[in-house]
Design a protein around this ligand. Structure first.
Ligand code: OOG
Ligand code: MG
Length: 253
């Protein structure tokens, strides 16, 4: 039996102290990994953070190839992780942060677990360009599938641009992520499971299976469309998504 609470505390301390922790000594089962994630989030809720959504991970080939993992994961998002559009993060509060371009959804209705893409779309209140700042708490950003699940799927911070009409066709939108004005990753929203809406359908299924169905107002991050880029102090990161507009943030020391 894995020490669920002990590992949750270790990962949570790694977040709080911005210090890497070694890879887990013992491999977890899928159930144990999600139990550790829930227990580490419980510590955040005790500190006053509020759950505001869900992130999907490994929904594109580019991300799976970069990290050597080939199955979807999900993590919980809290209000403390949300960075204002145009705002900044403090590099010193992260272990070794990376950034990746995503599409975000906001729900206007709750979603049950088993839904069609059309039903999922009917519950969407808006779609937006988004940047996810991931920060593995594991040394050298190296992990197994269950290790990263336990670590809240590397969730760290996220920035969401202006919401667009959910009727916008998001199936194949060009996405350009720039760092200091230089194009660093170029991709398409189609890289996310062929259509980002499929990621929302999967999010609804996984959230309901965990006993926490998606509620109205929830934000869902669909997953990185390209590989992630390492961040450094002083950088300015900007994502432009065709038809959806831009979102950006700065990295302070
Ligand atoms: C895990 C998180 C994956 C995504 O969008 O695919 C993820 C990681 O790469 O550290 O957020
Ligand atoms: Mg991501």
């Amino acid at each position: 039996m894995a020490d669920i609470l002990g590992i949750a505390q270790r990962l949570d301390n790694a977040v709080l102290t911005a210090t890497a922790t070694p890879q887990l000594e013992q491999s977890l089962t899928v159930e144990e990994a999600y139990q550790v994630q829930a227990a580490s989030l419980a510590r955040r809720y005790e500190r006053g953070e509020k759950r505001i959504g869900l992130k999907m991970g490994f929904t594109s080939r580019a991300k799976m190839a970069q990290m050597g993992v080939d199955e979807m994961i999900w993590g919980r998002l809290t209000d403390a992780m949300l960075i204002e559009d145009g705002g900044s993060i403090a590099f010193s509060r992260y272990v070794h942060p990376r950034v990746e371009p995503e599409i975000a959804f906001i729900l206007k209705d709750s979603l049950p677990g088993k839904i069609t893409p059309a039903a999922a779309l009917a519950a969407v209140g808006g779609v937006a360009p988004a940047l996810e700042i991931i920060d593995s708490r594991y040394k050298d950003f190296k992990f197994s599938w269950t290790d990263v699940v336990a670590d809240n799927s590397s969730s760290s911070s996220f920035v969401v641009g202006a919401w667009s009409d959910p009727a916008t066709d998001i199936s194949n939108l060009g996405m350009i992520m720039e760092i200091d004005g230089v194009e660093r990753q170029i991709g398409s929203s189609a890289a996310i499971l062929g259509h980002p809406l499929r990621s929302l359908v999967a999010a609804a299924r996984l959230a309901a299976a965990a006993g926490e169905p998606l509620q109205a107002g929830a934000i869902v991050m669909a997953g990185g469309a390209t590989a992630a880029e390492a961040l450094a102090p002083g950088q300015h990161v900007r994502l432009v998504v065709q038809n959806l507009g831009r979102v950006d943030f700065r990295v302070n020391p």
